[in-house]
Write a new protein. Structure first.
Length: 423
């Protein structure tokens, strides 16, 4: 025992400073209140700008449909990265899914197209899993290779499968059979009628609800259920706990008897299946035809939605809806012009909040961009077509650049794991 009054030196690190402060999560009631405030804000701006498409059921239904492929790609990235495997090959898996959906649907019907999309996406996932989990290839290099394989493979397979078919060719499939839609009788026409009256806030609420009960594809419903199932499996089951432990500390998981290789491989396979399903949605629902290049970079936007959602299913779904909304309004030039004012005001509010948190640089940058967007709204009457088509990608950059700095990826994400080694 030391008698000099000096604390004894040990080799145990002081962990008090390394424990991250847990973020306070919003309750369901708080989330609902926030949604009401956002809708009220949009209602006011709809009246100010005169642009009814900001919260119309048509725009929101389009946003919901366009959010599905983004959300499925993001959910695929979530499963993979929660197991510790970075997956930027989502775009290639989606591309394979578009071809798989078209080929299976053309031969065996629309429901078979869903199966084909998942299977072809899983093939891309298997390639990525073999490279990263089994052979220890750098995750980024493998993901780029999967994207190239997806693009080249889909071109080759489409030329082989659809050339000479009625309405098809080397770069597109024949028209595909439709998946059924769901409309709630009675409720849908009532909400649509109420929306058409343009009553402040009430009609906006009706428009939002109408988008969820009118001509809703069964694949959209399946995608929403998959988000819920993923949350339950990953956070409420032993399987999910073991899978997430592989992404946090695979060496500790190994010491507890977890087959880390198996869990990582399964996670990447599931990841590919989800991404393929997102591609299948584009072919079966959004276009009812396979076209070369129809994913349009949505696999990368899905990856951005996953990061925005902090590797959580619920937040990922919210991010996908946000990106899907910007993707939908690019088809409505007036709505994009009105969004200049909407986004400008939101950025100014965000900048003030950052200043209150003593984040000087982030606050000033957000306020300057917000003021610039607001000035652009009042100084112009329309938005150039090039800017309109780029709206989803600009929104992606803005959201990722100004998102909360408390994002936390899985601790061992991207680490090369070898059984028996010490991490």
């Amino acid at each position: 025992m030391s008698t000099t009054g000096v604390a004894p030196v040990t080799d145990r690190p002081d962990r008090r400073r390394s424990v991250p402060r847990r973020r306070r999560r919003l309750s369901g009631l708080q989330i609902a209140g926030l949604a009401v405030l956002v809708l009220l804000f949009v209602s006011v701006l709809r009246v100010v700008t005169g642009e009814n498409d900001l919260a119309s059921s048509g725009a929101l239904a389009a946003a919901l449909g366009l959010a599905v492929p983004i959300g499925m790609a993001g959910l695929g990235g979530l499963w993979s990265e929660r197991a510790g495997v970075v997956n930027i090959g989502l775009e290639g898996m989606m591309i394979l899914g578009t071809w798989g959906a078209a080929f299976f649907a053309w031969h065996w019907g629309a429901w078979a197209g869903i199966v084909g999309a998942v299977l072809l996406g899983m093939i891309g996932g298997a390639i990525h899993a073999l490279a990263t989990v089994v052979f220890g290839v750098d995750h980024i290099v493998s993901g780029v290779a999967v994207n190239l394989i997806g693009m080249g493979g889909a071109k080759y397979l489409a030329a082989r499968a659809f050339t000479g078919t009625p309405g098809g060719g080397a770069t597109q499939s024949p028209p595909l059979p439709h998946l059924p839609d769901v409309t709630v009788p009675g409720l849908s026409p009532a909400l649509t009628s109420l929306e058409g009256k343009h009553i402040f806030f009430v009609s906006d609420v009706a428009g939002v609800l109408a988008a969820f009960v009118t001509n809703l594809s069964v694949l959209t419903i399946i995608a929403a259920l998959l988000v819920l199932v993923s949350w339950w499996v990953l956070w409420r089951t032993t399987f999910g706990l073991r899978l997430r432990s592989c992404g946090e500390n695979p060496w500790s998981a190994e010491s507890l008897g977890v087959n880390v290789y198996l869990y990582k491989f399964l996670a990447v396979l599931i990841s590919g299946g989800f991404a393929g399903l997102g591609g299948g949605f584009l072919a079966l629902v959004a276009a009812n035809v396979f076209r070369d290049g129809q994913t349009g970079g949505r696999g990368y936007i899905g990856l951005a939605a996953m990061i925005f959602g902090n590797w959580r299913p619920g937040s990922l779904a919210a991010g996908s809806l946000l990106f899907g909304y910007f993707d939908a309004v690019q088809l409505r030039g007036g709505a994009v012009h009105a969004l200049l004012l909407v986004v400008g005001l939101l950025l100014v509010a965000f900048g003030v909040w950052q200043l209150l948190r003593r984040n000087l640089l982030g606050g000033v940058v957000a306020i300057v961009i917000g003021v610039g967007l607001g000035w652009s709204f009042f100084a112009t009457d329309t938005v150039p077509g090039e800017l309109t088509s780029a709206a989803p990608y600009i929104a992606t950059l803005l959201v990722l650049g100004l998102a909360s700095q408390a994002l936390r990826m899985p601790a061992a994400d991207g680490e090369v794991y070898r059984k028996g080694e010490v991490g």
